[in-house]
Design a protein around this ligand. Structure first.
Ligand code: HEM
Length: 430
């Protein structure tokens, strides 16, 4: 059977999603692969399949038995554990049962007033100062404060908690980033431990009150409280902890923090940069801000186009045919949400922002059991921040020659620096 199928050599490409070439233009790099074949093979990082077609990506993401997340969702696998994203069924369901309620549309709607207030506060400050950085001053505060509030963490230290994720991708080889991650790990570890006796209703609390942490660590080393305590004291660096319930809670909270901070910030940053280059669209959006239909389609189209988590991986669990290719157990497969969103077989004019696109079945938040836990928060926060940007900083300009994108854009197509200036009279709010 395997003989009738495409061999790896037939669809081999020169591709590395951690390379500077890819970082310059992730969508373009994926598109070149797509033109060769929607499923290709790269020999970088010990070899991996790259899926760039919509139908192919959808099929892989729906099949969580054949395509496991348990060996990590990056190529190469990262050492840090990141539950629930790297947990397979049946345990995965326990995480979602514990966490879904706190991130549901109704839970998120209740935060709308607070999200707007945070956005206004940040942007008013930039308007008063006549400029700042679109990433850390404008885009970062709301997503960081929002996920910290959801977890039940104090929002005062949002800047420190947010910066570490940008630094991780902007300067992945800098040891100081890992020291900082270890510091934050320790703080969250203490919070998770404290909350055991008195959980409350936030996400850390729900991990205890639903029994999640005890259940998923029941048979692991370090799962008896005394033993877990010893392990946690021996902890030396992020990701090196033993797997007691407190450590599991810390991994999960860290993972939610990283996912909550970096993704929405970079979606917003990319859109802010694009709007600065397209003043006509900026004016049109401002004029139509109160037309729900225009606005909602526009928000979804930005989310499709700038799929800020461009691709994540799975591991093949048994030999199988997959769209004319022979995959072997243990093969790694990188599935691109960004490329799927630009597949011309699935979207008309995929490389354009078509603001009345409908339907818009983009894959930016994933598909299947691992579909983004924070999608409702991300969409609402992004929409409110965009509204606030157009109102409070109507004339911002980007210092285009000073922008910097992440050195490594494999996991997040992000920006480390987008300096902006605004006329001092900035705010157009009455
Ligand atoms: C624009 C913003 C965002 C984008 C583009 C994004 C993208 C994604 C994608 C593509 C997945 C699927 C992962 C997979 O299939 O392996 C995912 C999962 C996840 N996202 Fe998001 N995300 C965003 C915002 C957020 C926020 C604000 C949170 C905070 C709660 C969050 C938390 C998570 C978690 C915990 C998962 C894993 C879910 C699971 O495995 O069941 N994300 N996200």
């Amino acid at each position: 059977m395997a003989n009738q199928l495409l061999r790896r050599a037939d669809c081999e490409v020169d591709f590395n999603h951690h390379s500077p070439d890819y970082a310059r233009d992730p969508a373009g790099a994926f598109h070149r692969l797509f033109l060769k074949c929607p499923v290709t093979w790269s020999s970088a990082h010990c070899g991996y399949w790259v899926v760039t077609g919509y139908t192919e990506a959808y099929a892989a993401l729906q099949d969580d038995v054949l395509f496991s997340s348990a060996y990590g969702v990056s190529v190469p696998p990262q050492l840090r554990k990141a539950s629930p994203i790297d947990v397979d069924p049946p345990q995965h369901q326990l995480y979602r049962q514990a966490l879904n309620k706190g991130t549901s549309p109704s839970a998120v709607r209740q935060m709308a007033g607070q999200l707007t207030e945070w956005a206004r506060e940040a942007m008013d400050k930039v308007a008063r100062e006549g400029g700042g950085d679109l990433v850390i001053d404008v885009a970062a505060p709301v997503p960081a404060k929002a996920i910290m509030a959801m977890l039940g963490l104090e929002q005062d230290s949002w800047h420190r908690y947010a910066s570490v994720w940008y630094e991780l991708f902007a300067h992945p080889m800098d040891k100081r980033v890992y020291d900082e991650l270890a510091y934050i790990w320790d703080e969250i570890h203490d919070k998770v431990r404290e909350r055991r006796a008195n959980p409350g209703s936030d996400l850390i609390g729900r991990m205890w009150s639903t029994g999640l942490l005890d259940e998923v660590t029941r048979n692991r080393p370090g799962s008896c409280p005394a033993e877990a305590e010893q392990f946690s004291r021996g902890f030396v660096s992020a990701g090196a902890a033993a797997e007691g319930p407190i450590e599991e809670g810390t991994h999960t909270a860290m993972s939610l923090l990283g996912a909550g901070v970096d993704t929405t910030t970079n979606l917003f940053s990319s859109v802010g940069l694009w709007l600065a280059e397209h003043p006509d669209v900026r004016s049109w959006l401002t004029e139509n801000m109160d037309d729900t239909s225009v606005w909602d389609h526009g928000v979804d189209e930005f989310i499709r186009y700038f799929a800020t988590a461009p691709a994540l991986a799975r591991t093949v669990t048994r030999d199988t045919e997959f769209f004319g290719h022979w995959l072997e157990a243990g093969d790694r497969i990188l599935i691109s949400f960004l490329a799927a969103n630009r597949d011309p077989r699935a979207f008309d004019r995929p490389d354009e922002l078509v603001f009345n696109r409908s339907p818009n079945r983009h894959m930016t938040f994933g598909v299947g059991i691992h579909r983004c836990l924070g999608s409702h928060l991300a969409r609402l926060a992004f929409s409110l921040m965009l509204r606030e940007l157009l109102t409070t900083l109507p004339d911002y300009e980007v210092l285009a020659d000073q922008t910097e994108y992440y050195e490594d854009r494999a996991n997040i197509a992000g920006w480390s620096k987008i300096p902006i200036i605004c006329p001092v009279s900035g705010s157009s709010r009455a």
